[in-house]
Design a protein around this ligand. Structure first.
Ligand SMILES: C[S@@+](CC[C@H](N)C(=O)[O-])C[C@H]1O[C@@H](n2cnc3c(N)ncnc32)[C@H](O)[C@@H]1O
Length: 274
């Protein structure tokens, strides 16, 4: 059984993880934070979702965004939400009960979408490409199923934009690179512009979205800092004494209200040619 609570690698196959609940709780936490709510809202606007739109949500997780989109498209519209994980789709369907919204949740692989060409007005993917083996294929698939003139949006982090305030620059760099490299595509954010272009999307717009956290407990829940430091030590990337000193410094900064970290995600929108 793979490592529990491995937030960098685990989202690739949640159903195989020992502690599936950790992933559910993680997505609930994300959904409660203003940073995520605000960029998600911006993504709906960029997709020009309106009454009657047909929208595809790829890698829908717990289905929160699919529900928000369904409220925008109304009864004359439709939302199809796909996720590789049976656990996630079961959770999403449970939320849908009694809501009377036009959503279909289904399991599926983003690399091989089971829809006809031109089926949707808009397609959205949010923090999923960082986890998939072949992000270019996924973006091409999303483009294929859009109608001409339809909009695609992706929002993905670039983990090498992660900053954390520490006097120990060398350990910080080693840990940031180690964390980024544990994702399938830890630097996907910087590649979205070219991957969108390669998929035939035009009028590409890019919006950097920076999250700043000044609380170590929340930062650890979001970025798996203590677990990552332990794993980097076990892998011989950093020495145990340096890792301990680094974490001690973060705890002291936090106690003195001086803790700071940030990361930047990229919200990218493109249009399928008419
Ligand atoms: C970090 S979560 C993001 C979920 C959701 N988009 C959100 O914003 O809350 C990544 C999701 O991508 C799904 N996923 C990973 N690989 C996938 C694939 N190849 N096809 C479809 N979904 C995939 C995971 O099961 C998980 O639900």
């Amino acid at each position: 059984m793979p490592e529990t609570n491995d937030l960098a690698g685990g989202f690739t196959s949640i159903d195989d993880m020992a502690d599936k609940n950790a992933f559910i709780e993680y997505l609930k936490l994300i959904d409660s934070l203003a940073y995520f709510q605000e960029y998600k809202q911006r993504s709906f606007e960029l997709l020009q979702i309106r009454e009657g739109s047909s929208v595809l949500e790829v890698g829908c997780g717990l289905g929160y965004d699919a529900v928000a989109i369904a409220e925008l498209v109304g009864k004359s519209g439709s939302v199809v939400a796909v996720d590789a994980s049976r656990i996630m789709i079961d959770q999403a369907e449970k939320r849908l009960e009694n809501l009377n919204l036009p959503i279909t949740f289904q399991t599926g692989d983003a690399h091989q979408l089971s829809f006809e060409e031109g089926s949707f007005d808009a397609a959205r993917i949010d923090r999923v490409l960082q986890h998939v083996p072949d992000p270019c294929t996924v973006i091409r698939e999303m483009t294929r199923v859009l109608r001409p003139g339809g909009k695609a949006v992706a929002i993905e982090p670039d983990w090498e934009t992660f900053t954390i305030s520490s006097a120990d620059k060398i350990t910080t760099r080693s840990l940031v690179n180690f964390f980024s490299d544990r994702f399938e595509n830890g630097t996907i954010g910087r590649h979205l512009y070219s991957y969108f272009g390669d998929a035939g999307l035009t009028n590409i717009e890019i919006f950097p979205e920076t999250l700043i956290i000044t609380d170590l407990t929340l930062a650890d829940r979001l970025f798996d800092i203590i677990n990552t430091t332990r794993q980097a030590t076990e892998a011989g990337i950093v020495m145990g004494c340096d890792a301990k000193g680094w974490l001690d410094e973060l705890r002291e900064s936090d106690a003195n209200n001086r803790f700071f970290c940030s990361y930047t995600g990229f919200l990218v929108c493109g249009t399928k040619e008419e």
